[in-house]
Design a protein around this ligand. Structure first.
Ligand SMILES: Nc1ncnc2c1ncn2[C@@H]1O[C@H](COP(=O)(O)OP(=O)(O)OP(=O)(O)O)[C@@H](O)[C@H]1O
Length: 498
């Protein structure tokens, strides 16, 4: 039996009346990859945050190397060789990658935090894990996936014995995810324990040695790799079986242009959007495919009005909706699901009810109770309008934003990674809501890194590379992943398939 590094013995965590983790017992062994699965709000993050010292257990005990762990905060956890990478990042956006790594590196000399041969060791894990990231780049210019890799390097730099990863692949491109899987296996091969919280069965298939399933706060199953079929694991997670087949989008007659981008251009220090023109008809879903960091984020923010346009216009039903300040964007008649909704879509210190009424409030109108049923409809858990948004689990924050943006019929929808961090049942619900909007005439612009979902759910696919729209393809059933992948990377189809 391999050595137990950590043991949870009957651990419970309450937040007021809510039992987030209920009498959980499990161990984490040196050199294993332990996948922790469960639907949104199942208690996965809370369980690991207790180990990382962020919350004390309400009952039960956590043992480290067989003795009761004395971890009263993340600094203690790190001293004990436990590192955690969160869904929510803690990088300083104005500093370079190198400076961010130096700030959290225990060996950084206090007198010299700058470029210096003696501090180059801080870059070793970056070179291994993400050689494409230039350490001198400013963090704010990195894609979300790249930022996550930098967060992971921070943890690797403390020489962790246990690395906890909270949904690491939800923001990674397929290629980045594959590289991360390989790296996780390498870490385990060196004797490091990896606890991997995930919703993606591909992560489990690629690297898990054991699989823990949580449901409603309880550990409901612990199994060795291969002991359960994927269908059995999903049924354990959801308490039922979920058919994960994306229904095709509703048919539409491409006649009336609704959302029109005319030569849309915008500029950030590291990225420029160059003359994007695209016309989306009523009822049409256009999926935007691209390798992360090729201008999708800037396109989304430009269309949403968060980033001012340097040229061009955006028209909705013939009327310009191009905005010049983020405040004006609040009145944009566009349903907008932003990337990283915890940062960009909710006010953590406000109640769920006020977050649902955020657009009204921002326009100086009174918040009404008419939004309350949206919590039930979009399965936000707990569906308590008085709860603060900051207390929701990551997936439930996403559902809250989706409830606000897709809960009423819109003329146009801009959806950025709308299923990120969601469990399988919630993904189905989001796609159903998005397709229903299209069926009722909304023009939908949908940015995603999941090519399979884009191919299954869009009428046309726009491919972005280096801030330009390099292709606009009819998704007529003949498009292949390889063909779109080739356009995304600029490689030939055979190179992309290799
Ligand atoms: N600080 C907090 N205050 C109050 N309730 C909380 C707090 N943190 C978590 N919860 C609640 O505890 C439950 C478990 O949340 P947790 O974040 O552990 O779920 P999760 O399984 O990681 O979900 P997800 O997959 O959506 O990230 C949820 O109902 C959540 O609302």
């Amino acid at each position: 039996m391999p050595e137990s590094l950590v043991q949870f013995a009957g651990v419970t965590r309450r937040f007021g009346d809510l039992i987030a983790v209920n009498n959980a017992s499990l161990d984490i062994r040196a050199g294993e990859v332990l996948a922790i699965l469960g639907e949104n709000g199942a208690g996965k993050s809370t369980l690991m945050k207790m180990l990382y010292g962020l919350y004390p257990a309400s009952e039960g005990q956590i043992l480290l190397d067989g003795a009761p762990a004395k971890i009263s905060g993340p600094a203690d956890a790190m001293r004990n060789g436990i590192g955690m990478v969160f869904q929510h990042f803690s990088l300083l956006p104005a500093l370079s990658v190198r400076d961010n790594l130096l700030l959290s590196w225990p060996k950084t000399p206090f007198w010299k935090s700058h470029r210096n041969a003696r501090t180059d060791d801080v870059l070793t894990s970056l070179a291994e894990l993400a050689p494409q990231i230039d350490p001198e780049r400013i963090v704010s210019s990195l894609s979300v996936g790249e930022q996550q890799l930098v967060e992971l390097c921070k943890v690797l730099n403390i020489n962790a014995r246990l690395v906890i990863l909270d949904e690491p692949t939800s923001v990674l491109t397929p290629a980045e995810a594959t590289r991360l899987h390989g790296f996780i296996k390498q870490l385990a091969g060196r004797g490091v324990a990896v606890a991997l919280i995930t919703h993606k069965l591909a992560d489990v298939e690629a690297c898990a040695d054991r699989i823990v399933v949580m449901r409603r706060g309880s550990v409901v199953d612990i199994a060795e790799r291969g002991a359960r079929s994927m269908a059995e694991t999903v049924a354990l997670m959801m308490g039922q079986s979920v058919d994960r087949t994306l229904r095709p989008p509703p048919a539409f007659g491409r006649t009336v242009p609704r959302l029109v981008l005319e030569n849309v251009s915008a500029q950030r220090p590291d990225m420029s959007l160059q003359g994007i023109s695209l016309s989306i008809a009523a009822g049409e879903i256009v999926g935007v495919a691209g390798v992360a960091g090729n201008g999708q984020a800037l396109l989304a923010e430009a269309v949403a009005g968060v980033e001012p346009l340097t040229a061009g216009d955006i028209l909705l039903d013939g009327v310009s909706i191009a905005r010049h300040t983020p405040f004006e964007a609040v009145s944009t008649p566009l349903g907008y699901i932003p990337e990283q909704p915890r940062d960009n879509g909710v006010v953590a210190t406000m109640s769920l009810a006020r977050n649902l009424a955020l657009r009204d409030l921002a326009q100086g109108k009174r918040a009404t109770g008419r939004h309350a049923n949206l919590l039930e409809r979009f399965n936000v858990n707990p569906p308590d309008p008085a709860k603060l948004a900051g207390t929701l689990s990551g997936g439930n924050v996403q559902k809250l934003v989706i409830a606000r943006e897709l809960g009423i019929q819109r003329d146009a929808i801009l959806a950025c990674y709308p299923t990120m961090g969601l469990d399988l049942a919630a993904i189905e619900m989001v796609y159903a809501a998005m397709f229903a909007q299209a069926a009722s005439g909304a023009a939908v612009l949908w940015i995603s890194e999941d090519l399979d979902d884009l191919l299954a759910g869009s009428h046309r696919i726009a491919v972005m590379r280096e801030g330009r729209l390099v292709a606009l393809l009819d998704n007529d059933g003949t498009l292949s992943r390889e063909a779109v992948g080739a356009l995304m990377t600029g490689m030939t189809e055979t190179e992309a398939a290799a």
